[in-house]
Design a protein around this ligand. Structure first.
Ligand code: ADP
Length: 485
């Protein structure tokens, strides 16, 4: 058997509820596909609403004890989980590559990044503070405490199968919350393996459940309709985020929403162009372009546009496309045919409007969901590719002449997640960083994610922050206790 077959033979495929692998109440399973071949690699148990309520019952039973567990003990379990994830790097990375398609190098990077949320929040678990002050009128004392929100539902996407889970689970568990995770249907295996790892780390039964399903709403709607659930945390499309906000409004559940992006990547005429091209490669091609922080629109000063475009085209055109688990691959497949068709549609629309294809531009024939790494220049102003999230290996370049024009173009989107720009002028760096309507700004760098920093968007890119010292606050509620003198 190959390494992949060995791994898949051992990987958990049943629901994880109340500390054990279990079969779905209604039976049934769904297929997980390797996007590099289109072949089925696993059959995974298909959760229904009944399983969801079973998981919520378990979460509610576990909630009080978990909240009362000393922070140091919660911290030690998270720390142990971090160690175990790192020990299992090879398995987790290969599994992610098989179910999601990214290269092994990227998957190994995600294991380190995803695990780091567990270590980070193990450190935050013991730093949950409050406040004690004298009432200004002198007639009492104000005591402010922080309590866990309660049982939470996390809905995660397929693009970072591990890290989008750990970023939520780490914060929730550190704060003393229980959590039910509904992983994306394309990539449920990584999260099921993580649940086993948490059990090995000593996490009590019921604190974490994982419910893979091919019918997301069948699992999430009964949970969100249940007043015992206190929070919904979601990473995914703005469309689904809006639906979930509407649903959670009925029970006034708290929400954290990490939604879509349309990141501008601005190159000013005073930029270090070599650094800008390297940053552009990272901001565009990391995760095959399938990241909500991915550079979506390159805005390049017309004085350097041709030089930048030619250099980026050379780099992107040289990427080797293939299965992520093959050693010489630079760029894996897209997640599925729907995603590939969406990318192809955006490219076709831009080209029909007059965009120039500098390299790539087409789906790759044969098995798997590959798309050529692509650079488009001279994009017409009304092209959909400038307004919609590409989520694929396509760089769309337009020119500008003034700083004001660049900032206005960058901000002319309903999204506001990440923005990047390159300049060597410090005054401009501060001015533009302030002017960008974006939750995160990369100055002279193409990768900004860091577990120690708050990740989040403004406008229709979301609500709340994940990671950093802010991340745990999303899972805490404030209580004010009024004391007499
Ligand atoms: P994408 O289009 O990139 O797959 P989605 O927002 O559709 O992004 O998916 C992100 C997550 O949201 C996945 O776990 C998916 O199963 C889940 N999801 C999709 N539709 C719904 C829905 N109607 N209710 C709850 N979760 C959903």
């Amino acid at each position: 058997m190959s390494t992949i077959d060995h791994l898949l033979a051992a990987v958990p495929t049943r629901l994880w509820i109340d500390g054990e692998a279990t079969d779905p109440a209604d039976g049934g399973s769904f297929s997980v596909v390797d996007p590099a071949t289109g072949a089925v690699v696993a059959e995974v148990a298909n959760a229904s609403g009944k399983d969801a309520i079973r998981a919520l019952d378990a979460a509610c039973r576990a909630q009080r004890d978990w909240a009362a567990t000393p922070p140091r003990q919660r911290s030690v379990i998270l720390r142990r989980a971090w160690e175990l994830v790192i020990e299992r790097t090879e398995d987790l990375a290969l599994l992610m590559t098989v179910e999601m398609g990214k290269t092994l190098t990227e998957s190994v990077g995600e294991v380190a990044y995803g695990a780091e949320f567990l270590r980070w929040f193990s450190e935050e678990a013991v730093r949950i503070g409050g406040r004690y002050t004298e009432a200004p009128a002198g007639n009492g004392r104000i005591l402010v405490t922080k309590e866990p929100v309660g049982p939470c539902l996390a809905i995660t996407p397929w693009n970072f199968p591990l890290a989008m889970g750990t970023r939520k689970i780490g914060a929730a568990l550190a704060a003393g919350c229980t959590m039910i995770v509904k992983p994306a249907e394309d990539t449920p295996l990584t999260m099921l393996l993580l649940a086993e790892i948490f059990a090995e780390a000593g996490l009590p039964a019921g604190v974490l459940s994982v419910l893979p399903t091919a019918d997301a709403a069948a699992v999430t709607e009964p949970l969100i309709a249940d007043p015992r659930l206190r929070k919904v945390t979601f990473t995914g499309s703005t469309r689904v985020g809006k639906l979930l906000i509407e649903q959670s409004a009925r029970q006034v559940q708290r929400t954290s929403m990490e939604l879509g992006g349309n990141a501008p990547f601005i190159v000013f005429d005073d930029a270090d162009l070599e650094a800008a091209v390297a940053g552009a490669m990272a901001a565009k091609m990391r995760n095959g372009g399938e990241a909500c922080t991915a550079a979506n629109r390159f805005l390049v000063h017309n004085a350097v546009r041709e030089e930048f475009t030619a250099a980026l085209t050379a780099r992107i055109g040289a990427l080797r496309v293939g299965p992520g688990y093959e050693a010489d691959t630079d760029l894996g497949p897209l997640i599925n045919e729907r995603q590939r068709a969406s990318v192809a549609g955006l490219v076709a629309d831009a080209v029909a409007g007059g965009a120039r294809v500098r390299t790539g531009g087409h789906a790759v024939a044969g098995p798997g969901f590959f798309f050529e790494p692509t650079v488009l220049d001279e994009i017409p102003a009304d092209a959909r590719i400038l307004r919609e999230e590409i989520f694929g290996p396509v760089a769309a370049i337009t020119g500008f002449d003034t700083e004001d024009e660049a900032v206005a173009a960058a901000n002319s989107t309903e999204y506001g997640l990440a923005a990047y720009f390159y300049t060597r002028d410090l005054d401009r760096a501060l001015r533009v960083a302030d002017a960008l309507e974006s939750g995160m700004v990369g100055v002279n760098r193409g990768v900004i994610s860091d577990p120690a920093a708050p990740f989040g968007g403004v406008k229709q890119s979301g609500l709340g922050s994940e990671g950093g010292t802010e991340g745990i606050e999303e899972y805490l509620v404030t209580k004010y206790i009024a004391l007499t003198n």
